[in-house]
Design a protein. Structure first.
Length: 156
């Protein structure tokens, strides 16, 4: 797991750093011919969970990047609640992942690109825990283009 001290940095710098880590996870998904979405969960400047889409490989519709990261983080801390943690994910969470985030009580979600078709905010903006804050648009173009190019290549 990676640790970095951001005490002297702005939130924008740390959000960018950790979103780049999520993008590395998305690249791992791409190598497996999975939809390239990646996620990391951070607590006190340390990545405690990470994941990328594995739905095709595992033949499991629930094997989204966020779900993999939630499981890894919960195993790391030895409990199911991820209070005082931040989820960084390259694409806006879907309804399933937003619901799972609700149950983890995660403090913050930072995502890159909006999911215009399946993002949770298209269905209901109250799917997240009331104490969860959201920051959208971190490395938005880079995150969005990775998924768009994946699907463009699939359609060739």
């Amino acid at each position: 797991m990676k640790y970095i001290n951001f005490e002297d940095s702005t939130d924008v710098a740390s959000d960018t750093f950790f979103m780049r880590q999520a993008l590395q996870e998305a690249q791992e998904a791409l190598k497996l011919d999975e939809v390239p979405i990646g996620a990391v969960i951070v607590s006190n400047g340390k990545i405690i969970g990470k994941g990328h889409n594995l739905a095709e490989r595992l033949k499991d519709v629930t094997a989204h990047a966020e779900m993999q990261a939630f499981t890894a983080a919960a195993n790391y801390i030895g409990g199911k609640y991820l209070t005082d943690c931040t989820l960084y994910v390259t694409i806006e969470p879907c309804v399933m992942c937003a619901g799972a985030a609700y149950w983890t009580h995660i403090s913050r979600i930072v995502y890159g690109a909006k999911d215009e078709k399946r993002g949770y905010s298209n269905f209901h903006d109250k799917l997240l825990h009331p104490k969860t804050t959201v920051t959208a648009g971190v490395l938005e173009e880079e995150c969005g283009e990775l998924v768009k190019s994946f699907f463009r290549n699939k359609r060739k």
